[in-house]
Ligand binder design. Sequence first.
Ligand code: SF4
Ligand code: FES
Length: 239
Amino acid sequence: MSRKITIKALKFNPNSKISKPHFAQYELEETAGMTLFIALTMIREKFDADLSFDFVCRAGICGSCGMMVNGVPKLACRTLTKDYPDGVIQLMPMPAFKLIKDLSVDTGNWMNEMSKRVESWIHSKEKTDISKIEKRIEPEVAQETFELDRCIECGICVAACGTKLMRPNFVGAVGLNRVARFRIDPLDERTDEDFYELIGDDDGVFGCMSLLACEDNCPKHLPLQSKIAYMRRKLVALR
Ligand code: SF4
Ligand code: FES
């Protein structure tokens, strides 16, 4: 049996002098298998063409549809309205990122800066010769790096993070996960001293208060806490 649901979405345009933050309320008929992405698209088509939110893939792959759903960061395209029994769902933009408008935030530039900060690429003095067969890596090591590469840069771990609220420059679980990925990769020639230079402070691996919200909310179920602990163990051994 279908039911009516209520979506309350925060609306605010920081680039407009007359815009004030407020909740807009929309009532709609729930359909079978309705996700928040479907609900928002319906709202935009039927009630409010001005409502801004992001999506690309609708399949939990692109990482662009993160938002706060009743106070918890989630991917809108992977969140079912039926999971909210009272039928009232409040949507807000994710904190920690620059607000573009309404539910849309700029995770792209944040991720780009984070990637540059942790030098998120293989560091090797060897010249790549593409005519040669790639260097062999143990399958279990390759598997471990692939596992961490599944991050979709959605920003949910950052939005969920209490440390990030206290330390605005905290690199976040996504950044620490990225460093761990290269620490594990035998093709990266960086030493632990090099990694220490990047994340060996309270804005890096020593700032994490192990509140676990990153791992609890990561839609890709990445082992964020164990990788943060792994990096902390490696770097604390240097001092
Ligand atoms: S680690 Fe998880 S929550 Fe964080 S950005 Fe990557 S996929 Fe999203
Ligand atoms: S639209 Fe791509 S992850 Fe949700």
